[in-house]
Design a protein around this ligand. Structure first.
Ligand code: PMP
Length: 403
């Protein structure tokens, strides 16, 4: 018999499994609001024009080859990525306190950061993640060797931030612990702290306690439509002179999902420390995947270094953000029109790709079964997967699920 006969069937991933079920559904009316991937008004995946243009340049450039990159990836990509999140005038960059390595999108960057912390962090090897959070955080950090705990974040009663609970949990964390913060457009709740609340969080992390912020930036520019607005919180924490980790993803904001392109930045106190940190990051990466892939990072480098392409990217990015915001208004209006019981203001107030509807597991299962609408069981819907055509169908489904 097989030496693997004892292997048990694993459950589908709670998010990617939605697409598996969706693909099996023969109904022409089916709608996939599970996975966080942008769709056009016609329901099609979008390749940005600037990405097409950058790819054409890359293909035409005969001086490019398919050699291995260095362990830390394309140097210009790393520099431009740090400037994008920290601002091109960032004092931390000028002081050479920032080490940036290319990563396998946001996930791979979080994982390299996690393993580096597990090996070298001088504080408490415990990371606090929000409750709830993107499900993969709860797997990435324990597997990296960092104990993972949660802090209060979402208040189901107000469908907003549990600010008091969050502050209390951070105050009670052991000094030296790491705190994972969603840079903007919190997934899955769409609830972000206000600027005033961010300042309160920063004071606890930096002044009342000594905690290490680890930012997960998967939606820069995608939330508000502005790259600088969406980087505001991160910059507050870096411009105060303290240390920080940042994992960046270009999956959503450049639509480079499957190209797996992202970056990990480690901001430390002092240029010499930075050099040594970089040498150890290489030792984390080398046995894991040796070195990162070229194509996606080359696209990003071309776009970020060409003034015209950069400007064009910002317009395309804002178009995506605006379409999502308009879907929020259309869905809210459709529920109002139907006089669907409940307060749906949070559809308008939440930020980024998702709405955390407040629908429970039974209601979600009903909507999938009866209306062919696919979404995660926690009631999260991807607004980027909606269109003017599918809004009425979703509103009908929500209406009949709650009445
Ligand atoms: N963090 C958060 C909060 C996310 O929502 C995502 C995308 N779903 C990621 C990280 C990373 O995704 P990727 O690895 O595709 O960049």
């Amino acid at each position: 018999g097989s030496s693997f006969a004892h292997v048990q069937q694993a459950p589908e991933d709670p998010i990617l499994g939605i697409t598996v079920a969706y693909n099996k559904d023969p109904s022409p009316a089916k709608v996939n609001l599970g996975v966080g991937a942008y769709r056009t008004e016609e329901g099609k995946p979008l390749v940005l024009n600037v990405v097409r243009k950058a790819e054409q340049q890359i293909v035409a450039d005969k001086s490019r080859n398919k050699e291995y990159l260095g362990i830390t990836g394309i140097p210009s990509f790393n520099k431009l990525s740090a400037q994008l999140i920290l601002g091109s005038d960032s004092p931390a960059i000028a002081e050479k306190r920032v080490v940036t390595v290319q990563g396998l999108s946001g996930t791979g960057s979080l994982r390299v950061g996690g393993e580096f912390l597990a090996r070298h962090y001088g504080g408490q090897k415990i990371i606090y993640v929000p409750s709830p959070t993107w499900g993969n955080h709860l797997k990435i950090f324990p597997l990296s060797g960092v104990e993972t705990r949660t802090y209060r974040y979402f208040d189901p009663k107000t469908k907003g931030l549990d600010y008091e609970g969050m502050i209390e949990d951070l105050r009670n964390a052991p000094n030296g612990a790491v705190v994972l913060l969603h840079a903007c457009a919190h997934n899955p709740t769409g609830v972000d702290p206000s600027q005033e609340q961010w300042e309160g969080i920063r004071r606890v992390i930096r002044e009342e306690k000594q905690l290490l912020p680890f930012f997960d930036s998967a939606y820069q520019g995608f939330a508000s439509g502005s790259l600088d607005t969406d980087a505001w919180a991160v910059r507050q924490f870096v411009n105060d002179g303290g240390e920080a980790f940042i994992a960046q993803s270009y999956a959503k904001n450049m639509g480079l999902y499957g190209e797996r392109v992202g970056a990990l930045s480690v901001i430390v106190k002092g240029a010499e420390v930075a050099t040594r940190v970089e040498s150890q990051l290489k030792l984390v990466i080398r046995p894991m995947y040796s070195n990162p892939p070229t194509h996606g990072a080359a696209i990003v480098s071309v776009i970020l270094s060409d003034k015209d392409l950069f400007e064009e990217w910002k317009v395309e990015l804002k178009d995506m953000a605006d379409r999502i915001i308009s879907m929020r208004h259309q869905l809210f209006d459709a529920l109002k029109e139907r006089k669907t019981p409940g307060n749906w203001e949070h559809i308008l107030n939440q930020i980024g790709m998702f709405t955390f509807t407040g629908l429970n597991k039974q209601q979600v299962e009903y909507m999938t079964r009866e209306h062919h609408i696919y979404m995660t069981l926690d009631g999260r819907i991807s607004m980027a997967g909606l269109s003017s055509r599918t809004v009425p169908q979703l509103a009908d489904a929500i209406h009949s699920a709650v009445v």
